[in-house]
Design a protein. Sequence first.
Length: 324
Amino acid sequence: MKCWFGFGPALLALGMLSSIGCTEQIPQGHVGKVLTASGWKEGVAESGYVACWGRDELYVLAASDASHTEQLNVLCADKLNFRCELVVVSRPKSDEASRDAVFLRVQAEKTGSGPAKINAQQLYDVYVKPVVIPATYDVVSKRCTDQIGEEMAEIRREIIELCRERMSAETPVEVRLIDFTNTDYPEMVTQANEARKKKEIDIEIARSEAAIEEAKAEGRLRAASKEYQAKLLEAKMIVDSNRIIGESLSENPLFLYWHQIKVYGEAAAGPNNVFIVPYEALGGGDRSFLDSPLERASLERAQASAAAAPEIASPAAGAPEQND
């Protein structure tokens, strides 16, 4: 009886200690789950503080996006090696079932006095790396090295789709992003790409120069066309002017002959003492000068005047002459 009462205070103290609780912090970007003496406590806690009693332990899981880099050397369809760095961004799925699965399947690491932690690298090594690396080789290796640069966006899309196909719905981690950095093409591919790019640049320069020359030629053509139209208009003006002058002179020939005599007179009155004898006056040409319309008109007027004058009687034939 004395023995029982001797252990009583010790048992009471032990019960009081086991009922003492504390709070543990879940860091930002993490979720937590409490492991009790009887197993995992139901539910996953978000960032903040959780209560732990007695022998309860807090486990935390890195729940934010995490980036991982892999060095790859892929043998392509043209038997050339394509070296690059593959960047993979992944994170745990946000539903509670996926997070519970991680706590149950992945061994947490205990460091220091803080809670045990399942970090992003562990999740990547367990769930992502075994899928994404083979998928990348499968997608890239079926292409030639000179196609990779042009089809990079399509390659990234195919790798992500292939990873999602190979990761079952129960996989608690998802791939968010795939990208390539520090790509290293074989030297011969680099030279071929540079040569092709230079050719494209030369073609663009040639097209630009041809367009400039074409624009200049079109400008010259427009200018020549306008000059041609101007000359046609000028010639038409001269033709119309000559036609009008010709029609006017044909209807008034006396004016032309009067003007001709006037010019001759002005020339004869000049200081050179030159006497001008028209070629027509010498009987040359198709018509004589005396046969001009002006001369004919003068002769006609003289004949008309003579016909109008009275006749003068001539002496009778055989009449004797009178002597003074």
